[in-house]
Design a protein around this ligand. Structure first.
Ligand SMILES: Nc1ncnc2c1ncn2[C@@H]1O[C@H](COP(=O)(O)OP(=O)(O)OP(=O)(O)O)[C@@H](O)[C@H]1O
Length: 276
């Protein structure tokens, strides 16, 4: 007997159960390049700019690489890419029929960024949102990442087009939120947290940056940006605080000189448990 055709009128949740015409929700996930096999995709996000998201991304990548994991960084910050400079990498990245090859840092981290594809690193990217989002998607579909244990995605700040594309198109397992100890932060962290929740993405934890500056003369910890409220915020959201990073001129120097592979950021060591 022929299946009864659904008229798509007067449907209810109950009548749809088992109906042959029922459509599954559409998945927006993009296929990775056929030479890519990645175990964990981790997003690093911040509600606002300049909080040190790239520094935390690279610190987490360094930590995992040092522990022997195969690591990559997808620099999704298209209009403000900083990962290649931190590792002293300069394009152009090579491409073949199969896709684009990421470049390799001194500590064997695979990196892909718009700055490795531009003819001139100092040219600004003046593209509209959808073009930018598409580029980020191509970093997933067209880049030959090979076999990786961890791919860290350094997102642009905020909750705009790119984070939305990354959350929808890539199999993001969880995110790390980066924040700083300022009053606005409570609201900003919650925005990033709520976006992840709305997209069914797990929040692995929060890293606070610029927590203090240790005086080189007296050793006193100076709270340059005010008292931290991150423990309260973490408890309120039920999310662990994975680290509190001080202002550390040595890290800034490594980033500026392009040898961030030398930065051994022990302040993010607690993130290891959350990443496993
Ligand atoms: N803990 C730190 N100690 C010293 N310098 C730092 C620290 N964190 C970040 N910086 C420096 O501050 C600047 C901004 O950091 P970073 O680029 O990581 O921020 P971001 O949040 O990724 O920025 P954007 O909003 O542009 O994406 C960089 O020059 C970086 O080297």
């Amino acid at each position: 007997m022929a299946e009864k055709e659904c008229s798509n009128t007067g449907c209810t949740k109950e009548s749809c159960e088992g109906c042959p015409s029922r459509q599954q929700p559409q998945s927006f996930q993009a296929e990775p390049n056929c030479y890519t096999e990645i175990k964990h995709v981790i997003g690093v996000v911040s509600g606002k700019g300049g909080v040190g998201k790239s520094m935390v991304t690279a610190s987490l990548a360094n930590m995992m690489a040092k522990k022997g994991y195969r690591v990559g960084i997808l620099d999704a910050d298209i209009t403000g890419p900083s990962i290649p400079k931190m590792y002293g990498l300069h394009g152009p990245a090579q491409a073949g029929d199969e896709g684009i090859y990421p470049m390799l840092s001194e500590n064997d981290i695979k990196v892909m960024s718009i700055n490795l594809l531009m003819p001139d690193e100092e040219s600004p990217v003046i593209w509209r949102g959808p073009v930018i989002s598409n580029m980020v998607k191509q970093f997933w579909t067209d880049v030959i990442w090979g076999e990786l244990d961890y791919l860290f995605v350094d997102m642009p700040p905020g909750t705009g087009d790119v984070p939305l594309t990354v959350f929808q198109s890539l199999p993001v397992e969880g995110i790390v939120i980066v924040s700083s100890p300022q009053d606005l932060v409570r609201m900003i962290v919650k925005k990033a947290y709520n976006m992840a929740k709305a997209m069914n993405i797990k929040v692995l934890g929060i890293v606070e940056n610029y927590s203090y500056f240790k005086c080189p003369d007296c050793g006193k910890e100076l709270k340059v940006f005010g008292e931290s409220h991150i423990d309260e915020i973490g408890a309120e959201l039920g999310v662990p605080v994975l680290g509190k990073m001080p202002i550390e001129p040595e890290f800034a120097k490594y980033a500026d000189l392009g040898n961030f592979e030398l930065a051994d950021n022990s302040y993010v060591e607690d993130a290891f448990a959350a990443l496993r």
